[in-house]
Design a protein. Structure first.
Length: 238
């Protein structure tokens, strides 16, 4: 089951590195200010959305690899599965759009605060939606976010902690590296772009692996709860 992850990891690195190479040759890393401009340049906007799409599509196939355990099945999702996953995909991109366009939504002085708040909201909400995302990617039984929230239930604190520890360091490193090549010597800039591409590979594999692990544990926990309830002797009343 894990054998498919190196393929996704390598593919994500290559795709992202190629895209960043195009950005470099377009001069978008000539200065640090240019590399951090986000929506100030139309090409930065286009390439930025391409970044997000690469990561999210990679996560989709990583979930399928992990759940189905067979490469051919994972790479051939049905139209039904694609349509089921689309709302979760749209939700993810909408949250990321707030971060991406924060300087257009609010004044520049508040953009950083909005980005930080949205990032924390993503971290807080994502564990509740993991069963929905995994189920949608594999045509499973969880049909909407409400079911997903119910399934997580009292296991939320555990899921949040695991997700927080697994995702936050990678995301923080990716954010630090994304603007670092700007204005550097070419060999330093290319090394930075390569390192950033590795973090994308990690995001496209480790985060889905955490999702699948948490969902599997939730299923075990629910079954254990039911077994305990059945085994528990009734309390006599008088």
């Amino acid at each position: 089951m894990i054998l498919g992850l190196p393929r996704i990891f390598g593919t994500m690195i290559l795709l992202y590195f190629a895209q960043r190479g195009v950005a470099y040759h377009m001069g978008l890393f000539d200065t640090r200010a240019a590399s951090g401009a986000l929506t100030r340049n139309e090409w930065v906007t286009v390439l930025g959305w391409l970044d997000l799409a690469i990561i999210e599509v990679g996560r989709f196939f990583a979930i399928r690899y992990l759940m189905l355990g067979e490469a051919r099945a994972a790479l051939q999702p049905s139209i039904t599965v694609a349509l089921r996953y689309l709302p979760y995909f749209a939700y993810t991109l909408s949250m990321l759009a707030v971060i991406f366009y924060a300087d257009r939504i609010v004044a520049d002085a508040w953009a950083g605060t909005l980005r930080a708040a949205t990032g924390m909201a993503i971290l807080a909400i994502e564990p509740l939606l993991m069963p929905w995302a995994v189920s949608a990617a594999t045509d499973g039984p969880i049909r909407h976010p409400g079911q997903s929230v119910w399934m997580v239930g009292r296991w939320y604190t555990w899921a949040l902690a695991l997700f927080f520890l697994g995702r936050l360091p990678i995301m923080a490193l990716h954010d630090d590296l994304s603007g670092w090549p700007g204005g550097q010597e070419p060999w330093i800039a290319w090394a930075g772009l390569a390192a950033e591409s590795v973090t994308v590979g990690l995001m496209a594999t480790i985060i889905p692996a955490l999702s699948v692990r948490i969902v599997a544990q939730l299923g075990t926990g629910r079954r254990a709860d039911r077994r305990a309830a059945v085994a528990r002797p009734a309390v006599a009343t008088h």
